[in-house]
Design a protein around this ligand. Structure first.
Ligand code: AMP
Length: 213
């Protein structure tokens, strides 16, 4: 992995230390595809009053607008592979410059590689607002595959077909699961059992978040 990839850009430039000192909450959601990162992080929006940033959603938006980034990203997304780090880091950096994220952010589907995690850490260090916690949503693989096939029918995502789902699971294990150790070593990892109803999982998440506030 090259070491010259950009840090999440300009994150440090936009806020004064005074404005961010009031405990910004920065939470990373990690979990295999179908574990409920999107659903649960959106529910947490109103609970915590901080915005949600999903790299998957942003990339799908780029695709649907047929931008050059969207066309490039599609070559990876449609086959269940990760979009290259520099593209994702630039996209997230541009987004985080927005004052919307002054009080914090819930990252859904980002970071997904050690390189992305290091880059995010570097930017947050410059900004003086370290990550609050990394929430792992852990669930049984067969259950997840069933959920994604249901979602495929409802949302018509091109990457929710059996072959691409298997590829995304594999990518998660190889490229994203190492983040669990990375955050555990920093004392930031909290693992949530993501089996059960959405309400049950949400209650577990709010308990974990409240313990860190
Ligand atoms: P998601 O909606 O999070 O499941 O993401 C859908 C697809 O977008 C993934 O399978 C990847 O192809 C791409 N993607 C989303 N987030 C990232 C990321 N942080 N790094 C690389 N690729 C990503």
């Amino acid at each position: 992995m090259p070491t010259s990839e950009p840090a999440v850009t300009n994150l440090a430039d936009r806020e004064t230390p005074e404005a961010t000192a009031e405990a910004a909450m920065l939470i990373v959601f990690i979990g295999p595809p179908g574990a409920g990162k999107g659903t649960q992080s959106k529910r947490l929006l109103s609970y915590l009053g901080i915005p949600h940033l999903s790299t998957g959603e942003l990339l799908r938006e780029e695709k649907s607008q047929n931008t050059s980034l969207g066309r490039l990203a599609a070559q990876y997304m449609d086959y269940g592979r990760l979009v290259p780090d520099p593209l994702v880091l630039e996209m997230v950096g541009n987004r985080l410059n927005h004052p919307t994220y002054a009080k914090g952010c819930m990252f859904d589907g980002f970071p997904r590689t050690i390189q992305q995690a290091k880059s995010l850490d570097e930017s947050l260090l410059q900004r003086g607002t370290p990550l609050t916690m990394a929430l792992e949503l852990r669930a049984d693989e067969n259950e997840l595959i069933g959920r994604m096939l249901k979602r495929a029918a409802a949302e018509k995502r091109v990457d929710d077909n059996p072959q691409t789902i298997a590829q995304r699971m594999d990518v998660y294990k190889k490229q994203t699961a190492p983040l669990l150790d990375y955050y555990a070593q920093q004392g930031l990892l909290v693992t949530i059992d993501a089996m059960g109803s959405q309400d049950e999982v949400f209650n577990r998440i709010t308990a974990a978040v409240d313990a860190r506030r």
